[in-house]
Design a protein around this ligand. Structure first.
Ligand code: RIB
Ligand code: CA
Length: 329
């Protein structure tokens, strides 16, 4: 039985790879893709998501939903993340899409979730702004979501934007705190495990040599490798979002640890940091499971096989899912 999933993303190169994995995996039925500001602006994230669905051969009437342009508490959004290159997809210029862009992603997400209580996996691959709005505007969705899989945070690992904060959580700490505090059935895929999920340059180059759409995805990964080397970092592309997507397909890729976790909001050095209690000293029940370790080789094998299978006959091409009920804010 396929698992219905809604994807909130900010494409972004690793988001693009995660979308390719999701649409290229028969275990999943992607109900909706919602773009949110993060790696790039909302406008660019939405356009990239639409172009990526075209690249992946997703039905032309499968819309992209447009979400939040700015953080939950207001203010300026975080600056574009340069690691994603020109245009946010590693300089890979995809044709502009004519796919429908529908506003108010949160209302559509709510409709799909409430139509299928307990069944839908919400996969959050960018800042949690839209998930925060979902919880605020449609609180019934909190108990109705089957599972909430989040790429974000650094639990016992150094941050990647500040010493203590990971990008998605740092981009909207208020949303991250709200979602961790109020969400249910949360599986957090943090930097602790994603940093072990690295596509090396030979693999990226091999993928770039494949026919479309794998070739374009590979070209994005080669660009990310180049950016990492230019930054004096190890030559490779960290697969943050694809690991979260793979964890939806095969939960056992990751070793999960229960924790009582929240997000620091006020520290000059720690804003956006995850504060996790794994020893029960807080006296509070655990509210998340986070990824403590990962079978990285198994993940990378799965990833490359799914990418190599893109565009081949039999790869899932879901039709759009429309909520049966209109959800009013
Ligand atoms: O810290 C990694 C996360 O931030 C990934 O989701 C990446 O796409 C960026 O959004
Ligand atoms: Ca992302």
């Amino acid at each position: 039985m396929t698992l219905p999933v809604i994807i909130s993303c900010d494409p972004g190169i690793d988001d693009a790879v995660a979308l390719a994995v999701a649409f290229g995996s028969p275990e999943l039925k992607v109900l909706a893709v919602a773009a949110t500001a993060g790696n790039v602006s909302l406008e660019r994230a939405t356009a990239n998501a639409a172009a990526l669905l075209d690249l992946l051969g997703v039905a032309a009437d499968f819309p992209v939903y447009s979400g939040a342009a700015a953080p939950l508490a207001g203010g300026e959004r975080i600056a574009d993340e340069p690691v994603h290159g020109v245009g946010g997809l590693g300089g890979v210029l995809l044709p502009d899409s004519t796919r429908s862009i529908e506003p108010d992603a949160v209302a559509h997400m709510a409709g799909l979730i409430l139509d299928r209580p307990g069944e839908v996996t919400l996969l959050a691959l960018g800042p949690l702004t839209d998930v925060g709005h979902l919880f605020n505007r449609f609180p019934d969705t909190i108990a109705a979501i089957g599972q909430l899989v989040i790429m974000g945070g650094a639990v016992f690992s150094q941050g990647n934007v500040t010493l203590s904060a990971e990008f998605n959580f740092y981009a909207d700490p208020e949303a991250a705190a709200l979602v961790l505090e109020r969400g249910q059935r949360i599986r957090l895929v943090p930097l602790d495990v994603t940093r072990k999920a690295v596509v090396d340059r030979p693999t990226a180059t091999m993928l770039a040599g494949l026919p479309s759409p794998a070739g374009e995805i590979g070209a994005m990964l080669v660009d990310m490798c180049n950016t990492m080397v230019a930054r004096g970092r190890p030559d490779g592309a960290v697969m943050h979002d694809p690991l979260a997507a793979a964890a939806v397909i095969e939960q056992s890729l990751i070793t999960w640890q229960a924790a009582t976790a929240t997000v620091e909001l006020h520290g000059a050095l720690t804003r956006g940091a995850v504060v996790a209690d794994v020893r029960g000293v807080s006296g509070r029940e655990p509210n998340i499971r986070y990824g403590r370790d990962v079978a990285a080789a198994n993940f990378l094998t799965m990833l490359t096989e799914r990418l190599k299978g893109l565009g081949l006959p039999g790869t899932a091409r879901p039709r759009p899912a429309r909520p049966e009920r209109e959800t009013t804010p």
